[in-house]
Ligand binder design. Structure first.
Ligand code: SF4
Length: 80
């Protein structure tokens, strides 16, 4: 398993890099948050942006393989 996690205000986003197939759907919605690495697997940009929580969640929703998860401030899953 290869997870990366970022806290973005009230939302926490987790990438499952083992599952990502590099479609970049998420990066089209949130190019300030996500970028493909040299292996064409998504990773977080540094530093984390000031991003509206709704857009971060929407970017997680468009992943075709559920490689992205979003949680609220209490750790409850929003996506998937
Ligand atoms: S949408 Fe999903 S599969 Fe596509 S790059 Fe983002 S995390 Fe990877």
């Amino acid at each position: 398993m290869d997870f990366e996690e970022r806290r973005l205000g009230a939302v926490t986003v987790r990438i499952d890099r083992t599952t990502c197939i590099g479609t970049a759907n998420c990066a089209k919605i949130a190019p300030d948050l996500f970028v493909l690495d040299d292996e064409k697997i998504i990773t977080f940009r540094e530093p984390s942006p000031e991003i509206e929580p709704d857009r971060a969640v929407e970017a997680c929703r468009v992943c075709p393989v559920d490689a992205l998860a979003a949680f609220d401030a209490d750790g409850r899953p929003i996506v998937p």
